[in-house]
Design a protein around this ligand. Sequence first.
Ligand SMILES: [Zn+2]
Length: 535
Amino acid sequence: MRRILPFRFLCILGLTSLSAASASAQFDPAKVWVEPPAIAARFPDPPVSYATPGFRAGRTDFASHAEVLAFLDELARQSPNVRVERLGVSQQGREMPLVLLADQGRIDPARPTVMVIGQQHGNEPAGGEAVLALAQQFASGPGAALLQKVNLVLLPRGNPDGAEHFTRVTANGIDVNRDHLLLRTPEARLIAAATLRFRPQVVLDLHEFTVGGRWIDKFGAVMKYDGLLQPATVGNLDAAIAASAQRDYIDAIQAAFTQAGLQGFKYHTTSGGKSADRTVSMGGVQPDTGRNVSGLHQAVSLLLEVRGVGLGRAHFARRVYTQVLAATTVIETAARQGPTLMQLTAQAGQRAKADACHGDLVVEAWQTTTRQRLDFLDAKSGEEKAVDVEWRAAEPLKIANARPRPCGYLLAASETVAVQRLQLLGVRVERIDSAAPWQIERYEILSQSDGQRQDARGAIEDGEAIRAFRVRPRMGRAVMPPGSFYVSLAQPLSPLISAALEPDSQNSYAANRLLEIGDDKLLRVPGPAPAGVWH
Ligand SMILES: [Zn+2]
């Protein structure tokens, strides 16, 4: 017995540490795709090192949630410019941290605010780590000087449960980065609350893309770009904001990449799973992603994806470096633009407000199919390999459905779920307190079928069928009783309101069962509201 006990004791210790390791999350090293040496050699380490938890010496996994919180709290203790808050909790009760970096920790509303969001997809750890590195870079030293010109709002982990378990989606299987209009997850609601509270002029969303996998299956090749970029591309986006996003931000980041020896291109992806479809698609054009919803909030909104998914720890410093470099370029640009940037976004809001009752709005738009030559690396030899692909371009948009923009919408008193979601987005909703006849348009339902939401990668697999409507607005009159709701389009968030309320698109509240259409539950209002129906 005496000889066996120590052995058993060791086994128990071994098991304990193994289960502790898996309970604290982390990726499965067995699923890592190991690059052939000829490919790996093309991506040397950057000329910098980071002192964030994910780069602790000897590390074989990524930073845990507890390490992220401890790192940020310590940073706040060291620098008067840093304030760390807990925004709220994830589905599994993890606190979502928010980091404010401002001169002496005080947000100045006269300065532009840049928001950076990391790791909405939990299996894309570079974004989370890059946000920690940014917090450190701007907390003190030369970086802090920029806080005289710009406020920073940093969300290191948009999906804390996914980060801890190294999964793309949140704990209930919903992709938080397709949930920014519907707000079905607490994580998307917390990001919406931060957006509403700080109203950032610029939003940068950090992700990683698949390097091998589907690209090897379809093209015998792997991705060669360090960073892929895309601004907001969605119907009803302000044209001046879209132009500035490309010219002042995306082009500047591409130039910074080139100067640093990194390669950038337009963001693109392709369907996964067993799909044989060789079409390559730019990022989506629906009002569901953080990128597109922030654009409809009249922010300059940018997506950066770096070469990382499937690589495990390989090139982690280079992946983080690519993101930190892009974010620094964005922050410097916003600081330099200052009042010009504030004016650009404010005027876009004023334009959206003034557009109520006028012109047409885009109900549904899709990508335009064309061809594109893409550079890859041969999966075996690592040699450059150009491939001509069918390409779904996010610009120009192909408008599939448009109709006259009303002055507003009426919702029945029963439709409180939809009203609450709109309010979480920052939309102003009036409650009617006296009955009056309204000139309205009813949605005549021409057809209704089960459908599925799609994005640039194919079907969005969160298990919920949507109601695909075809409708036609028909003029009429209705007496709306007290307790009904009026949502005017004469407000800056007008593009988000129509995205949620026009029923015949895949992200509408009606399609996603947050709102009913029949029995005068949802009506369009083509003219001015009667006087004195709310106070
Ligand atoms: Zn992602």
